[in-house]
Design a protein around this ligand. Structure first.
Ligand SMILES: Cc1cc2nc3c(=O)[nH]c(=O)nc-3n(C[C@H](O)[C@H](O)[C@H](O)COP(=O)(O)O)c2cc1C
Length: 175
């Protein structure tokens, strides 16, 4: 049995990206899913002075270990002003201090969604370009536009649903 983690690039308690990541991860055949939540990691605002004074927080190591020990990652990115949310960027900055290839060579299904028509495509594009340099094997990517129109216990639009399913299959094949 493969173990995959579902993670949202958001600390919102009602994160639509957490919903999309969880939904997609649970559609991977024969995989056990662990849903991670950024709120469960106590990570102060990264600063070089803070790191020098106190080192890398235990919870950053905990997150790195979860990434290292899984077989694949379904990551759905929330977009704030065209980029990563501050909470997610902060978590990434901390884990990058332990290992610059902090995605640990893991296969990754990269997703993004937002209430708007572009579906977080700016942050998704950034991540698709960046993450292979940071140790991720990006298998496929998918953006879900207009989340509240297109998602209710699953993807309502048939074309979008087929597209995501095909990408989930590609990801499953890479585990
Ligand atoms: C500060 C801020 C900036 C935002 N910027 C964008 C943006 O650039 N593009 C976008 O599509 N949505 C933007 N949004 C809307 C988010 O996509 C929306 O809040 C979404 O629910 C975030 O995903 P989450 O629920 O997983 O946290 C922004 C929201 C906030 C609060």
């Amino acid at each position: 049995m493969k173990n995959i983690i579902a993670l949202a690039g958001s600390n919102s308690k009602t994160s639509i990206n957490k919903q999309l990541a969880t939904y997609s991860a649970k559609r991977v055949d024969g995989a056990e899913v662990t849903v991670l939540d950024l709120n469960d990691y106590d990570l102060p605002l990264y600063g070089v002075d803070r790191e020098e004074a106190s080192g890398i927080p235990e919870d950053a190591n905990k997150l790195s270990k979860a990434i290292e020990e899984c077989d694949g990652i379904v990551l759905s990115l929330a977009e704030h002003n065209g980029s990563f949310t501050a909470a997610f960027k902060n978590a990434v900055d901390w884990i990058s201090r332990g290992d610059m290839k902090f995605w640990k060579d893991q296969p990754m299904l990269l997703l993004a969604t937002s209430p708007g028509g572009r579906g977080g495509s700016s942050v998704l594009k950034t991540a698709v370009e960046l993450y292979p340099h940071q140790g991720a094997k990006v298998i496929s990517e998918f953006s879900l536009p207009s989340f509240y129109d297109n998602f209710e216990d699953g993807i309502k639009d048939e074309t979008l649903s087929k597209d995501l399913n095909a990408k989930i299959e590609l990801f499953a094949g890479a585990l």
